[in-house]
Design a protein around this ligand. Structure first.
Ligand SMILES: NC(=O)c1ccc[n+]([C@@H]2O[C@H](COP(=O)([O-])OP(=O)(O)OC[C@H]3O[C@@H](n4cnc5c(N)ncnc54)[C@H](O)[C@@H]3O)[C@@H](O)[C@H]2O)c1
Ligand SMILES: Nc1nc(=O)c(N)c(NC[C@H](O)[C@H](O)[C@H](O)COP(=O)(O)O)[nH]1
Length: 216
C-alpha cells in the first residue's frame, strides 16, 4: 500500500560531541566534500524542510549549488510567520518555489507582510505546525521525498512523531562543547531508552576526517 506521506530523510552535520552548532549558532561543520554530498542529496529530493530558527540563524538558500541538479521546493516551519523580509529565502522566492508553513495563530500583520512575496503560505495546526498533516498535504501535491535539514527542535518533533524514514549524519572532527549549544535532537526527549527511536546502521562512509552514517 502506498504511504500517505512523503519519504523523510533527516540530515545534519554534527560535532563529535553531538552538537549541530556552537553556542553562538555557528553551524559550518561540513567540509567542502560533505557539502557536495549534501547538495547531491538535495538534487535527489522533491523538497527541503527546515525550522524557523535555522532560517533566522543561518540565513540559508537551500538550493543545489555544489553539483548540478534541480532545486527542491523549500519549506519553512514558521508558526507565527516571522521570517524576515531580508532573508535570502524571501529574496529568492521568485526563482525557487517556496512554501511557508504557518499555524492558525499566525498574527495577521505578519501574514500581510508575506503577501508581498511569491511564496505559498500553508496554514496547518493551531500553535505549532502539525508535521504529519503537513506531510500528507505535501504528498497530495506530488512531493514524494523530503529532506529534513534541521535544526534540533524540528528534528525532535520529527523523531518524536516517528516521521523519520532515513537518517544521514556526518560526524565532523570537532569538539564544540557548550551546554546551550544545539544538539542533533532537542525537545523534551524520551525518558527511557526503551521508548527511544531505535534505528539500524545501514552504511558508513569515510571522507578524510569525517564519517557519514546512514541509518533507517
Ligand atoms: N549542522 C547542521 O546540520 C544544522 C542543520 C540545521 C540547523 N542547524 C543549526 O541549528 C540551530 C537552529 O536549531 P533550533 O533547534 O534552534 O531550531 P529549528 O531550526 O529546529 O527551528 C525551530 C522553530 O521552528 C518553528 N516550528 C514550527 N512548527 C514546528 C514544529 N512542528 N516542530 C518544530 N519546530 C517548529 C518554531 O518556531 C520552532 O521554534 C541553528 O544554530 C542552526 O545553525 C545546524
Ligand atoms: N549537512 C550539513 N552540514 C553543515 O555543516 C550544515 N551547517 C548543515 N546545515 C543545514 C541547514 O539547513 C543549513 O541552514 C544549510 O546547510 C545552509 O544552506 P545553504 O548552504 O545556504 O543552502 N547541514
Amino acid at each position: 500500500m502506498e504511504r500517505s506521506r512523503p519519504f523523510v530523510i533527516m540530515s545534519a552535520a554534527m560535532s563529535i560531541d553531538g552538537k549541530i552548532a556552537t553556542k553562538n549558532g555557528d553551524s559550518k561543520l561540513s567540509s567542502k566534500q560533505d557539502l557536495v554530498r549534501l547538495h547531491r542529496m538535495r538534487a535527489n529530493v522533491d523538497a527541503i524542510l527546515v525550522g524557523k530558527n535555522t532560517v533566522e540563524v543561518d540565513d540559508p538558500l537551500l538550493t543545489v549549488r555544489y553539483t548540478k541538479g534541480k532545486n527542491p521546493v523549500r519549506i519553512i516551519l514558521d508558526s507565527k510567520a516571522q521570517i524576515k523580509p531580508r532573508s535570502k529565502i524571501l529574496k529568492t522566492a521568485h526563482i525557487i518555489p517556496t512554501i511557508i508553513a504557518v499555524s492558525k495563530n499566525a498574527p495577521k500583520k505578519n501574514l500581510a507582510r508575506l503577501d508581498k512575496y511569491p511564496v505559498e503560505v500553508m496554514v496547518i495546526g493551531d500553535n505549532k505546525i502539525d508535521l504529519r498533516k503537513l506531510l500528507v498535504v505535501l504528498k497530495k501535491r506530488g512531493i514524494k521525498t523530503v529532506l529534513a535539514e534541521g535544526g534540533g527542535t524540528m528534528n525532535w518533533e520529527m523523531v518524536n512523531r516517528r516521521l523519520v524514514d532515513r537518517l544521514v549524519i556526518t560526524v565532523t572532527p570537532y569538539l564544540v562543547g557548550g551546554a546551550d549549544a544545539i544538539t542533533l535532537v532537542e525537545g523534551t526527549g524520551f525518558a527511557k531508552i526503551q521508548n527511544a527511536v531505535k534505528l539500524k546502521l545501514r552504511n558508513v562512509s569515510r571522507q578524510k576526517n569525517e564519517l557519514v552514517l546512514y541509518y533507517s
